[in-house]
Write a protein that binds this ligand. Structure first.
Ligand code: AMP
Ligand code: MG
Length: 498
């Protein structure tokens, strides 16, 4: 306790740190993170094989664009099960003689070109025979009953006997109908995955569609450590009977470690445990001396109390960029760095101890910083922003912008509000907004009525973790003195939408 008193500057209820706006905080975090990212990526890309854990984690980021080594599809193919035909034949007669069979995946001996008046039975994905320029789906065809021999094939192994088909009279078959042409989906040499793109399941499947024999150039990955601070904290595995009167289970560390797995492979996430308020100084010094991490996320110990020793400690080891934030929840949020460290340059985010504040600050400031360090492009590093209406009355904070947790209740379509709103300017510096141009059939008034509703998740106390459970968005509530009525247009940040 004595030690804690000694570490404190003389508190008069005044913080020595000015309260910075969110815009300033975002700009600062971006600037410092990009400076560290440049250093981290200086060593050049890492070449990964398909099986490498980094690539399989779904969090890796491409260091170079991937271009298509061949067109997709590689050959003209049928889009439907049906009959490959010469479209001009059907202008004069609706009856054709089916002379053979083309099945996807079966090696067909070199097929002769289709003669006038003939067609070939074809399955979806099979190469179009020479001479054919369209496919008539089986649904539009009648196999003629009065044939003396032949019928539509029941299995691809059956010896083929020719037969006649009749194409439905009203069905038009222009050239190219039901055909996927070579390169329709992807042209040869086209960029299929951009540099700076995170390789989630879909992007990895794009890699697979071209085979995975090549090594894949990946950005270097930052290492991130998570430390909980507070003498009251117990590991969640401790039995309730071992708790003392003032004990609290540590829920922030599991939360932050769990969220980090969306952005980093397990090998780059370090659980630095719990430090009591008395131990924080030594733990922090040890972490920074061992220099295992590029980013340190600390929760707790950043408020104005006797035990809140994290800010002065960070100031001893590096530079505090801001120590208070004009935002609710998250006012004591602190950001520090030491890019000149002789051991290993680092960034530190000291998040308020209350779990909701921790998770909101993590989503808005820590995630973009980690994404930038990973080499994700700036446009993709920030959370996505959408527009919607409040489902019920919301009372704003008089001084600080607030990020209220909410459920998303309807699909979205953007109106003119995103460009005209007073809040959009400050918002657009950190959240990506995808605008859609309205069709002439949908005017802007109608579009606004299709906006989603944001239903606030009950009591928004920064202690109430339940307010984050199942939340889809963080609704931006600008400061003000008047309640915002239900239906008010507001911006929101999509959670977990990177
Ligand atoms: P602090 O920011 O250290 O002043 O903590 C503010 C509040 O958050 C206190 O009630 C703490 O007990 C609580 N708290 C701090 N850290 C954690 C944590 N890791 N898990 C759960 N609650 C915490
Ligand atoms: Mg504390």
């Amino acid at each position: 306790m004595q030690r804690l008193f000694q570490m404190q500057d003389r508190r008069q209820g005044q913080s020595p740190y000015p309260m910075v706006s969110m815009e300033e905080a975002w700009r600062t975090v971006q600037e410092v993170a990009l400076a560290l990212a440049e250093r981290l990526q200086q060593a050049g890309p890492v070449l990964a094989n398909w099986d490498d854990a980094a690539l399989q984690s779904g969090t890796a980021v491409l260091a170079d664009a991937i271009t298509a080594p061949w067109p997709v599809p590689r050959f003209d193919m049928a889009l439907k099960d049906g009959y490959a035909v010469r479209s001009q034949d059907l202008l004069s007669s609706r009856t054709l003689r089916c002379i053979g069979c083309q099945v996807a995946g079966q090696v067909t001996p070199k097929v002769d070109g289709l003669a006038a008046g003939t067609c070939r039975y074809i399955t979806t994905g099979a190469p179009l025979p020479p001479g054919a320029d369209a496919v008539v789906p089986v649904e539009q065809v009648q196999v003629l009953e009065n044939e003396t021999s032949g019928s539509a094939p029941k299995s691809s192994d059956e010896p083929f006997e020719s037969f006649h088909i009749l194409v439905a009279s009203g069905y038009s078959v222009p050239a190219g109908s039901e055909v996927r042409h070579q390169g329709d989906d992807v042209a040869f040499g086209q960029v299929v995955l951009e540099r700076g793109q995170q390789l989630g399941a879909v992007e990895r499947s794009v890699l697979c569609s071209f085979g995975v024999q090549r090594s894949i150039p990946l950005q270097r990955v930052p290492r991130v450590a998570v430390l909980s601070t507070g003498s009251e904290l117990c590991d969640p595995s401790a039995s309730p009977s071992s708790l003392t009167a003032g004990s609290v289970y540590d829920s922030n560390r599991p939360l932050l470690l769990g969220l980090l797995r969306r952005y980093l492979p397990p090998s780059h996430i370090i659980d630095a445990g719990i430090a009591s308020d008395e131990e924080v100084a030594d733990n922090l010094a040890a972490l920074l001396t061992n220099a295992q991490q590029d980013v340190l996320i600390i929760s707790g110990g950043v408020s104005m109390g006797l035990s809140d020793v994290v800010k002065p400690l960070l100031a001893q080891h590096g530079r505090i960029h801001f120590g208070r934030l004009r935002m609710k929840p998250g006012k004591p949020m602190t950001f520090a760095s030491n890019l000149c460290s002789t051991k290993r340059p680092w960034l530190a985010f000291a998040l308020p101890g209350n779990p909701v504040s921790s998770s909101v600050c993590f989503a808005l400031l820590v995630v973009p910083a980690i994404q930038l360090l990973k080499g994700v492009s700036i446009e993709r590093a920030y959370p996505r922003c959408i527009i919607g209406r409040l489902a019920h009355v919301v009372v704003p904070d008089a001084e600080r912008p607030e990020f209220q947790r909410a459920h998303l209740l309807a699909p979205t379509c953007l109106g003119s509000f995103c460009r005209s709103s007073a809040t959009s300017e400050s918002f657009s510096c950190f959240a990506r907004m995808t605008e859609v141009s309205l069709t002439s059939a949908l005017d802007s008034k109608q579009a606004e009525s299709y906006l989603p509703l944001f239903s606030i998740t009950g009591n928004q106390s920064s202690t109430r973790l339940q307010s984050v459970v199942h939340a889809d968005v963080l609704v931006y509530v600008p400061p003000g003195t008047e309640p915002l009525p239900a239906g008010t247009l507001v911006h929101a940040v999509l959670l977990d939408a990177n």
